[in-house]
Design a protein around this ligand. Structure first.
Ligand code: PLP
Length: 392
């Protein structure tokens, strides 16, 4: 295979913007020049674009548009949800939050600072399957629990959490429930009503929209303090002039992925399984991480015995194939994945795992190219590792 061929299998890091998104954003940047808060016609035009996108994002998650707040991305949405809820709940004196150890850093780091302000943070076990059990949440709830945050789909292994059951448990104890749906929206159906949550975070660039824009869905009636203070934009929930072209792009992406949800998912799962089965059959010493029966359709996380994941990532990159080790934000750190560690995997398996995440543009021919090149690369790296070990 020529090294100039680029095969992109890192959609969980970011999905390349859809062509329709690029077109809509270019047009919006050139034409929707007003400030969406201005009263004049320029402002009204920008406002209409924002409202149209709000409707499309709301439709994707079966929500009321009035409950969708645009932010700068998934990280800000998680921060607004958690810091905003904690700030609003603090005075009531119930200062216990429950979460899972496989959350994205946007949640884990935010809850670390919530812990520093005197809240108790409980981490739920996830076990080798990478799934939180309702029983574990039931056991962790105390009369002090005011907030529960569990992600919908995990970014590294793709496992889908039983959010509806977990949210019902939280609500039975009068606690709020937040879910980070950044990796599930656009890949599987996400309905705020069916999930029964209070707060749900989204990011545009994971579903074919632009980077730097996201949304937080806030169920009507949920009290939340603003974390960004300033103007009265977004119904006073999130200050700052709206990024109109990015929001327009988010709206187009949301509309397109919603239209394709039913059909695209099955095709993606087939391609993912073809890749996964091919690796397991063609490369000895490989194991899939995370429960294979409840995953988003585009993700597989595979450990390769006897090599460092970073070396395989680089070798694949030289062949024109883009994958990742763990999440994009922590790659380069050479730290073993916190997700795989939380799943209790042996140390070696937390360091030799590669995430392949497919998307709408992935083809069968690309999967076959990867399957053709992988066994040779892995065998070569294993030989090199053994030689290095023998040389001491
Ligand atoms: N939550 C999850 C599960 C993610 O995978 C990511 C991105 O990697 C984020 C939050 C952060 O989103 P953003 O990159 O839009 O800040």
């Amino acid at each position: 295979m020529s090294a100039s061929v680029r095969i992109y299998l890192d959609y969980n890091a970011t999905a390349p913007p859809l062509p329709e998104v690029v077109a809509a954003m270019s047009r919006s940047l050139a034409e929707d020049v007003g400030n969406a808060s201005s009263v004049h016609a320029f402002g009204q035009r920008a406002r209409a674009v924002v409202d149209d996108a709000r409707g499309a994002v709301a439709a994707l998650i079966e929500a009321d548009p009035g409950e969708v707040v645009f932010t700068s991305g998934g990280t800000e949405s998680d921060n607004l949800a958690l810091r905003g809820a904690v700030e609003a709940l603090d005075a009531a004196g119930r200062r216990h939050v429950v979460t899972s150890p496989i959350e994205h850093e946007a949640v884990l780091q935010t809850l670390k600072s919530v812990g520093a302000r005197g809240w108790t943070v409980t981490m739920l076990p996830v076990g080798e399957r990478g799934v939180v059990s309702p029983e574990a949440l039931e056991a962790a709830m105390t009369p002090d629990t005011a907030l529960v945050s569990v992600m919908h789909a995990n970014n590294e292994v793709g496992t889908v959490q039983p959010i509806a059951e977990l949210a019902a448990i939280a609500h039975a104890r009068h606690a709020l429930f937040h879910t980070d749906a950044v990796q599930s929206a656009g890949k599987i159906p996400v309905s705020v009503r069916r999930l029964g949550v209070d707060l749900l975070a989204l990011s545009a660039h994971k579903l074919g929209g632009p980077k730097g824009v996201g949304a937080l869905w806030i169920r009507r009636g949920v009290r939340l303090a603003s974390t960004m203070t300033g103007g009265r934009q977004e119904r006073n929930r999130r200050a700052g002039t709206e990024n109109v072209p990015a929001i327009a792009g988010f709206g187009v992406a949301a509309r397109l992925v919603r239209e394709k949800l039913g059909t695209a998912g099955a095709g993606l799962a087939e391609l993912r399984d073809r890749l996964e089965d091919g690796v397991l059959a063609g490369v000895p010493g490989t194991t899939v991480n995370g429960d294979r029966s409840c995953r988003v359709p585009n993700t597989t996380n595979i450990s390769f015995d006897g090599i460092e994941a970073e070396s395989l990532l680089i070798a694949l990159d030289l062949e024109g194939i883009a994958v990742s080790t763990g999440s994009a934000c922590s790659s380069g750190s050479l730290e073993p994945s916190h997700v795989l560690r939380a799943m209790g995997l042996a140390h070696a398996r937390t360091r030799n795992a590669i995430r392949f995440s497919l998307g709408p543009a992935t083809t069968g021919a690309e999967v076959d190219e990867v399957l053709a090149v992988l066994p040779g690369l892995v065998a070569k790296l294993r030989r090199l590792t053994r030689t290095a070990a023998a040389l001491g």
